[in-house]
Unconditional design. Structure first.
Length: 70
């Protein structure tokens, strides 16, 4: 099974929502904000929620967030 990866640009709401529901896009944004605020417990909780619905989130060193369906 092929894995599709989408780069999420967090300053572009249209790009975030492209190809996925807005709910997932909002969770990805919340994960990003939690990381920026160094609230790693919340960021991990959100990552776990996304993983439970088959979405894998990978944080990049440059601040981008990549995610794909598992």
């Amino acid at each position: 099974m092929a894995c599709r990866t989408i780069v999420v640009h967090l300053d572009d709401d249209v790009a975030i929502a492209a190809g996925r529901s807005l709910t997932i896009a909002k969770l990805i944004r919340q994960h990003y904000v939690a990381r920026q605020q160094r609230d790693f417990d919340t960021a991990d909780d959100i990552r776990d929620l996304l993983a439970a619905v088959g979405i894998s989130v990978v944080d990049q060193p440059d601040g981008e967030v990549r995610w794909h369906q598992q």
